[in-house]
Write a protein that binds this ligand. Structure first.
Ligand code: AHR
Length: 501
């Protein structure tokens, strides 16, 4: 019999709300059409931002938004995206479909979007093709409160007050699209560029994010950290606050990827098995970071994660538009449980991407909008934000799967905030509902205050613009008290949340 033991007395650290962050790039229909339709659109908007989308994002309490890329970031020149929109310089979006980028969404629009969502700002700077001066001036433009050339320019463009920049990425994927650098080369560039990311607001210092590794490139993590900290061992604070990690779940590998909606049982388990690999990646990159930062002052920012499938048939291959099924809900539940469990090191994570791209939480089609199964998982898991991780462990859980693609039947994480315990569970089995006994170390009777589940009759189910509510969070009733234990039956292929007090 599967058992989950929770020790309420062993709090293991705060789950940074930013673990529930998002990523938005100038890619396909993420920014344009998805988030921003322009002030003159017939689609209801406030200052160009879609009202339906902003409201849906507020419901999941988006804590932080990363922008403008991705690969786009290292080709983005921020001055092209300010001032009179009719005069803004156009550019080719070389990475993503070769389309014309008219720069109508720039710094002011991003800040407005974050204000409307109520989230923190994570700007990714251009180290690959931009200059130190350009990066430095962007920071001055956004955050300097005084008399300076960039502050004056901002004021001329209609924004008197500086904004708050919470996080600043010093380049993106500089091992690849961001300049094809070696770790040593990037490490030296990081040292130089970050010097000029000035702290103009002492009350709210910008947290700097170094470009970390792709998947299992431990050589990169070690090389960058060695270069950065070899002769500045005491210089953690203010020098590097985060290092990133990017990991996408491709069921059939990078070249083929695989269909988002048409998959067999083996592909289900292969996908979930690959999603679970994030745990090993965090451990192994974490062990390297520990060598340089045993006190865990540097956060790991998994600022690109999620499923990456073959694009929807008939759509632009450069736009990375994919549908989302129950399988994506499971991938989200698995990843978020892993991030929670590693909250001592993982201090931020951004799902890729927020809307209309990859494992989006929202899809749009003209004026229509739908919430994907992943949105519903984020909605349930929002209760973990800022909560204390509790010690928890499973026993009596077998592996399931097909051939080499095995996974544990259940994953979990547990947190506590304001006296309420949130338990999130995923049943990865395609075939079996799973009985689970939840036992608490404190000899105390807990009552289930709220319980929800995301699943569907067929694991291939998805939300479409004609049927937007096929896969959604509904009340979960299959739980009962047994003395001081709680017994639940987790439906096959489901993500469940229980809140007990
Ligand atoms: O999210 C799509 C792309 O994936 C990003 O632009 C890049 O950083 C990563 O390779």
């Amino acid at each position: 019999m599967a058992k989950l033991v929770i020790n309420e007395n062993n709090k293991q650290g705060t789950i940074a709300p930013e673990i529930y962050g998002h990523f938005s790039e100038h890619l396909g229909r993420c920014i344009y059409e998805g988030l921003y339709v322009g002030e003159n659109s017939d689609i209801p908007n406030v200052n160009g931002m879609r009202t339906d989308v902003v409201n849906a994002l507020k419901e999941i309490k988006v804590p932080v938004l990363r922008w403008p890329g991705g690969c786009f970031a290292d080709e983005y020149h921020w001055k092209d995206g300010i001032g009179d929109k009719s005069k803004r310089k156009k550019m080719i979006n070389t990475h993503w479909g070769g389309v014309t980028e008219d720069n109508s969404f720039g710094t002011h629009e991003f800040m407005e979007l974050c204000k409307q969502i109520g989230c923190k700002t994570y700007i990714n700077g251009n180290l690959g093709s931009g200059t130190v001066q350009e990066m430095s001036e962007w920071v001055e433009y956004m955050t300097f409160n005084g008399v300076s050339p960039m502050a004056e320019l901002r004021k001329q463009n209609g924004h008197e007050e500086p904004w708050t920049v919470d996080y600043f990425g010093v380049g993106n994927e500089n091992w690849g699209c961001g300049g094809n650098m070696t770790p040593e080369h990037y490490g030296n560039e990081y040292r130089r560029y970050q010097t000029y990311v000035r702290q103009y607001n002492e009350d709210h210092p910008i947290k700097k994010v170094a470009c970390g590794a792709n998947v299992a490139d431990f050589f990169w993590t070690e090389g960058v950290l060695k270069t950065c900290f070899a002769n500045v061992p005491e210089q953690f604070h203010g020098f590097m606050d985060f290092i990133s990690l990017h990991y996408y779940t491709h069921p059939d590998g990078w070249e083929i990827k695989g269909s988002a909606t048409d998959y067999d049982d083996e592909a289900w388990y292969r996908t979930l098995n690959k999603a679970l690999y994030i745990d090993e990646l965090i451990r192994r990159h974490g062990a390297i970071i520990d060598q340089f930062d045993p006190e865990k002052k540097i956060g790991l920012s998994v600022d690109e994660w999620g499923t990456w499938f073959t694009v929807e048939p008939g759509t632009n291959p450069g736009f990375l538009y994919q549908q989302s099924t129950v399988r994506d809900a499971l991938v989200a539940g698995i990843n978020l449980n892993v991030f929670n469990k590693h909250c001592d090191r993982v201090k931020m994570a951004c799902i890729a991407q927020m809307i209309n791209v990859l494992q989006a939480v929202i899809l749009t089609d003209g004026e229509k909008m739908l919430k994907t199964p992943t949105w519903h998982v984020f909605h349930m898991y929002r209760h973990h934000q800022g909560a204390e991780l509790l010690e928890s462990s499973l026993s009596g859980v077998s592996d399931t799967g097909i051939g080499e693609w095995t996974v544990p039947e259940i994953t979990e994480s547990v947190s506590e905030k304001d006296g309420m315990i949130t338990i999130t569970l995923s049943n990865l089995s395609l075939t079996d509902d799973k009985d689970l006994t939840i036992h608490f170390a404190e000899d105390k009777l807990y009552k289930v205050e709220e319980a929800n589940v995301v699943t569907s009759g067929d694991v291939h189910d998805m939300n479409t613009f004609d049927a937007p509510d096929t896969v959604k969070e509904v009340a979960f009733t299959d739980h009962k008290a047994d003395g001081n234990d709680i017994c639940v039956k987790l439906p096959k292929a489901s993500v469940v949340e229980l809140r007990v007090k």
